[in-house]
Write a protein that binds this ligand. Structure first.
Ligand SMILES: [Fe+2]
Length: 583
């Protein structure tokens, strides 16, 4: 069966199950080169249909990963109906009236009513678009609840239908389809919804609002707060937590309850957080916020494990992009196994949607548990691009006999090297195929990458790609989680603290690894093995291939955009080695 999944909101994404196997997932930002592109993902859909020779007659079903779709999510969808302005008018209203804390409590209910009233209109517009522009029939199109898609993302991705016992599935995000989270139980094709976190009671939105208060972008820069949270003195951070954060959230009868409900984080930041945090140090705020989220979420997860007696737990939704939180969750003593959806933000709902739609038709999907689901260039494509664009005018181009050894030698000689090979990664993390690589043992690597290419904030850590044989020499691994996707952090060992120190968090010495095997990425594993022969270190420093503010590179032209607009001088492009000519 062939099923296409579409997510039309922030970081719009298209996924594909072909002949019951997950074969493709790609976000619109890879085509627009604009981070987290929102709206109907027209280019991703066109790419997917062309690449897999699909059309309305050989696609069995198209499934959208939300039911309540309005506002910016309908960007690019013709406005055939005019009644969908209620929600955006409401947002404007709240934005203007945010001066009152009481407004925080009453707005979620009004917002829920308006979202509900706009639901049909969004669906009608999207159906009409698919019917008019792509030739689908109405019966081929469906809409699935956002949190059900978050739940089915790890269920499908990790093939959880093969488990012999039930799995607890927990989702948490800002909001989606009038909910902020769910708890359910999944067992061999049966998902039973047990609990819902109400609109307004979002832990993720507290984090998002604090990110805004700190002058950064919500739904994008939360990881910067997380990175900063380890720096201040625990004494002062805890003091601020007790004074200003601890009463913001409570777990009451097993439910997450916010003291002040959040529907629009901007408003929460401008009222509650401003009143509480004015004059407090930025680093203490980061600590206290992270501490609040960790304490409450771990308590919540422990209570659910105890209540349902299930010790294998899957996690979906944007809250679980927080690798430090995930570290504590996997360390819960009673936890047997964690399944953290890689890149668990809304981009993962497109993947959850296709697995859910397939199971609704009484069939199971197959996942190779890989995020290399993006665009690939053949040798012929690369050669055509190089010659048609006169790349040799600005780059020396070689075709080494063993390109992986060449890359390893360059890294060993202290160079920073871009790697563009194989299929691009779906999701927010580079797992080596669209990557910037460097020597993980030298702290100078961090400075060079920051100054020459990434302009990252000085407190932000890089991450390692580690040969699986060396992983447990560098990280304290409890075997309760897949360590392949940079979705959870670990403590480092003494050997890790010396051998890969540039790829650890500078203050707390944790790492969020991408473990590489010959099975999950043969060529990249080969390159790291060559590097290990040269250096004695079974890992490289890996950061995503992009310039500050741009999405991770998806297409060849963006590789050259990145090279041309930075001091990155070396790149592997498939079997070719490129060296920028000195002008
Ligand atoms: Fe979500």
């Amino acid at each position: 069966m062939n099923i296409v999944g579409i997510y039309v909101g922030h970081n719009a994404t298209v996924s594909l199950i072909k002949d019951n196997r997950l074969v493709s997932a790609i976000s619109e930002e890879k085509f627009t080169n604009v981070k987290n592109t929102c709206g109907f993902p027209v280019k991703s859909l066109e790419y997917t249909m062309k690449e897999y020779e699909l059309n309305a007659s050989n696609i069995d079903h198209v499934v959208f990963s939300s039911t309540h779709i309005g506002g910016g999510s309908l960007h690019g969808v013709p406005p055939d109906y005019d009644s969908d302005t209620n929600v955006s008018q409401f947002w404007d209203l709240q934005y203007r009236l945010f001066g009152s804390s009481i407004a925080q409590d009453i707005f979620p209910k009004i917002g829920e009513m308006l979202l509900e009233s706009g639901k049909d209109n969004g669906q009608i517009r999207l159906r009409k678009l698919l019917i008019d522009e792509y030739g689908f029939k109405n019966s081929q199109i469906s809409f699935v609840d956002h949190h059900l898609c978050h739940a089915y993302a790890p269920i499908g991705f990790f093939n959880l239908h093969k488990l012999e016992e039930p799995v607890l599935v927990i989702t948490q995000d800002g909001y989606g389809d009038c909910k902020c989270g769910t708890v359910g139980i999944y067992s061999y094709g049966n998902y039973e919804l047990k609990e819902v976190t109400s609109l307004g009671d979002s832990l993720a939105y507290i984090y998002g609002a604090a990110t805004l208060y700190m002058g950064m972008h919500i739904n994008e820069h939360e990881y910067k707060i997380m990175g900063m949270a380890s720096y201040p003195s625990e004494k002062y951070g805890l003091k601020l937590y007790e004074k200003k954060f601890s009463d913001l959230v409570d777990i009451v009868n097993g439910e997450i309850c916010l003291k002040h409900k959040i529907f629009v984080p901007w408003a929460f930041a401008k009222t509650i957080l401003k009143e509480r945090l004015m004059g407090e140090r930025f680093d203490n705020i980061a600590f206290a916020l992270q501490h609040l989220i960790e304490e409450r979420t771990v308590q919540f997860v422990k209570e659910k494990i105890r209540k349902y007696g299930i010790k294998k737990v899957a996690f979906g939704g944007g809250l679980f992009m927080n690798v430090k939180l995930n570290k504590l969750i996997q360390e819960i003593p009673e936890m047997e196994m964690c399944y953290f959806m890689p890149s668990s933000g809304d981009e993962s709902t497109a993947i959850g949607a296709v697995f859910y739609a397939l199971e609704s038709k009484d069939e199971f999907g197959v996942s190779d548990e890989t995020v290399y689901l993006g665009k690939e260039y053949t040798k012929k494509d690369i050669e055509a691009y190089l010659s048609e664009n006169n790349i040799e005018k600005t780059y020396d181009i070689d075709k080494p006999r063993i390109i992986e050894r060449e890359v390893a030698q360059l890294i060993h000689s202290g160079k920073i090297v871009a790697r563009f090979d194989g299929r691009g990664e779906w999701g927010a993390r580079s797992l080596g195929n669209r990557a910037i690589l460097a020597d993980p043992s030298k702290l100078e690597s961090v400075e060079i990458i920051n100054n020459a290419i990434k302009c990252r904030d000085f407190w932000m850590p890089f991450a390692p790609s580690i040969n699986e044989k060396q992983f447990q020499n560098y990280a304290r691994f409890n075997g309760k989680v897949s360590p392949f996707y940079m979705i959870t952090a670990f403590d480092s060992t003494a050997e890790g603290k010396t051998q890969i120190k540039a790829a650890l968090h500078r203050k707390d010495k944790t790492l969020r690894p991408n473990v590489v095997t010959s099975n999950n990425n043969f060529e990249y594993h080969d390159m790291i093995t060559h590097y290990e022969v040269l250096s004695g270190i079974g890992a490289v420093l890996n950061t995503s291939l992009n310039i500050h503010g741009y999405p991770m590179v998806g297409q060849i032209n963006e590789l050259f955009f990145t090279m041309d607009n930075s001091d990155l001088n070396y790149a592997q492009l498939g079997g070719y080695m490129l060296r920028k000519k000195v002008s």
